[in-house]
Design a binder for this molecule. Sequence first.
Ligand SMILES: Nc1ncnc2c1ncn2[C@@H]1O[C@H](COP(=O)(O)OP(=O)(O)OP(=O)(O)O)[C@@H](O)[C@H]1O
Length: 394
Amino acid sequence: MSEVDVMNAPESSAWGDAAGGDKLLRVENLSVDFPTDDGVVHAVRDVSFTLGPGEVLGVVGESGSGKSVSSMAVMGLLPKTANIGGSIKFKDRELVGLSYKQMQPVRGNGIAMIFQDPMTSMNPVYTVGWQLAEAHLAHHDVSKKAAWAKAVEVLELVGIPQPDRRASQYPHEFSGGMRQRAMIAMAIINDPDVIIADEPTTALDVTVQAQILDTLLRIRDETSAGIIVITHDLGVVAGMVDRVQVMYGGTVVEQGTVDEVFEAQRMPYTVGLLGSIPNPNLLGKRLTPIKGAPPSLMNLPKGCSFSPRCPLAIDECRETEPQLLETDRHGHFARCHRSAHLATIENPQRLFAHDEIGVVENPASLTTANPDMPISEDVDVVEARLHEGENPTS
Ligand SMILES: Nc1ncnc2c1ncn2[C@@H]1O[C@H](COP(=O)(O)OP(=O)(O)OP(=O)(O)O)[C@@H](O)[C@H]1O
């Protein structure tokens, strides 16, 4: 299936959507460039996705992969200097090209965002209830009393105990977890159709993280909002999202249902990302960070932007950027020349297990980074031995 086909194919297959029907959001070939004094930052390239009512989409990737810029584009909150290409449709209305003012009714009412840091997003000099009520009054012609009642109602909905008393308190009187709940309350007070949660749990401890994610799912159940959860932590999306989109170098490198992507990765970056999750229950006890650094978005490498770090990279990967194509698995897409090959490798995690098994650190990087250095083993030999279940160090 070609990339064009991906765009035009029926909902259920092309997008891995949980359900067809009306889409709240339809993002097609989104690109965002920032011209700077040092050159153009290609922050987002060729990103497409849809979101339906009640769906939860996870967007994962390392820092700087373009996750936040994509969602700020959807919110219409990018600086004026940003060059935005492609299309963002909210309920069939094109958002790309709308002014800040034209976006105002959409923002909050239609699409709401939960920002990373509640302490900087809430005003310390006003009570939590006052801020919530103001947000409601900005979009509804109701009395102050009714807006206050709505504020208390949403605080209760997000699980704040004694909401009427808490509404009269200031943000600093809330714990970190409660502040994050208050941020969620702020996002949902105008009953948005879409909620974008950007790293909603990063600053919280694990127990509170789980409660916040549960709260988001409960809100989804009660309001049928579509939710986008942006995170660098695949562990966060594991139990929560329907579909997942893995971003690298400003673009989507793998997407599918969360089960697909967790069980059968078709892009080596996702394999590496899974191996670096600090969650022993999820994948194993050891962490194996991916060696090397993400690419500069100002100066992207030729070919696949992951090729300098990829243990499976071949010449084609360094020459031609792959398209996002459907893999051998229905509704599961990968941007990888080696996708079919990866599918044949059992336990692909071991391709990245450089530190533990002390084998070739990264055969591809050895050949490109230091041509004089003798390669201890050829990549195909290592792979063949991995296939056979043999420990390459033995
Ligand atoms: N206003 C801007 N001008 C220039 N470059 C920018 C601007 N905003 C973002 N960028 C760049 O765009 C790229 C993508 O940033 P983005 O914030 O989307 O990454 P991210 O994946 O969300 O990372 P994080 O998890 O750290 O938030 C980064 O290289 C960033 O420096």
